[in-house]
Design a protein around this ligand. Structure first.
Ligand code: SF4
Ligand code: SF4
Length: 301
């Protein structure tokens, strides 16, 4: 039985492809973007999230943890030793206020299908379907391929939302079972890409060329991160590149918003120093740049 690890299933999603959809958030991503909206999806393993405002400081979590991974300092600030934590979830189950939540659970393809089938009528009525997002769905190829195959057997529309950072072999495997790709582009300069995401972009660019060459429907997604992706050099780099390859008709611009709270709850360092949404005039300018090369442009996913 093939299983994967996911951290959420969102029903009635309307921004992750056509119609009304179910979005499956898969755990594990080879990138670590400074502005990541789902930092709880980066690690491939289950992790604890701590919601401080719910904590009543009863110290039950300290007492039940078999690894002695939780403590409180002299200011009653909770410390989780994430090196020691095995993600067993005992503390989250024992916490009386749900201040601790274990993010990430193993699910089989059969269990996933049972969830998805609850909304088949909605997909039919709205032209919707199922979207795999994350994290990076391509980082769990066996589970993804099997899930997509089963969905296509049921005539359900499939979308994969990806960073494109994966071996081409994986793309080849999912290609016949994927109707639409939502494909993230970030920084055109590979060195800059590596600085802000942790990986260079050569594989991502190669895979994008490959997908469009196969005639697959691809909608680009471009996060507008003030001072990082919204520079003249970066936008022009992408518009020049997209003009050269055929088969891209649409791009979604995703304006930055601050997620520092989420990073804190999952115990990850938040490197962004800018906390404001990009100004409307910047969004308008970027929209016009992509429209000038013939793309349909939507602001928001
Ligand atoms: S998930 Fe398990 S190991 Fe980790 S802190 Fe909680 S009880 Fe301890
Ligand atoms: S068990 Fe829950 S409420 Fe009690 S101290 Fe731990 S996190 Fe806070």
């Amino acid at each position: 039985m093939i299983s994967g690890i996911i951290f959420d299933i969102k029903r009635y999603a309307i921004h992750d492809g056509p119609g009304i959809r179910t979005t499956i958030f898969m755990k594990g991503c080879p990138l670590s973007c400074w502005w990541c909206h789902n930092p709880e999806g980066v690690s491939p393993k289950p992790e604890l999230m701590y919601f401080e405002f719910k904590c009543i400081h009863c110290h039950t979590c300290v007492k039940v943890c078999p690894e002695n991974a939780i403590s409180f300092d002299e200011n009653e600030t909770q410390q989780i030793d994430r090196e020691k934590c095995t993600g067993c979830g005992v503390c989250a189950s024992a916490c009386p206020t749900s201040a601790l939540r274990l993010v990430g659970r193993v699910i089989t393809v059969e269990e996933l299908l049972t969830e998805i089938e609850k909304d088949i009528k909605l997909y039919d009525d709205s032209g919707g379907g199922v979207t795999f997002s994350g994290g990076e769905p391509l980082s769990q190829p066996k589970f993804l391929v099997e899930s997509l195959k089963e969905l296509k057997k049921r005539y359900i529309h499939t979308t994969v939302d990806t960073s494109g950072y994966a071996p081409k072999e994986v793309l080849k495997q999912i290609l016949p079972h994927t109707d639409l790709f939502l494909y993230d582009i970030k920084l055109y300069d590979s060195g800059e890409h590596e600085k802000y995401t942790g990986v260079p972009n050569d594989i991502i660019i190669e895979n994008l060329k490959f997908l469009t060459g196969q005639g697959k429907e691809v909608i680009l997604r471009f996060p507008i991160i003030p001072g990082i992706t919204d520079t003249d050099k970066n936008v022009k780099g992408w518009t020049n590149f997209i003009s050269e390859i055929k088969g891209i008709n649409e791009i979604d611009l995703l304006p930055f918003h601050d997620v520092s709270e989420k990073f804190r709850r999952i115990g990850r360092e938040y490197k962004m120093t800018i906390h404001h949404r990009p100004p409307d005039e910047i969004l308008k300018w970027i929209k016009e740049e992509f429209e000038s090369i013939g793309l349909r442009v939507k602001i928001g996913g």
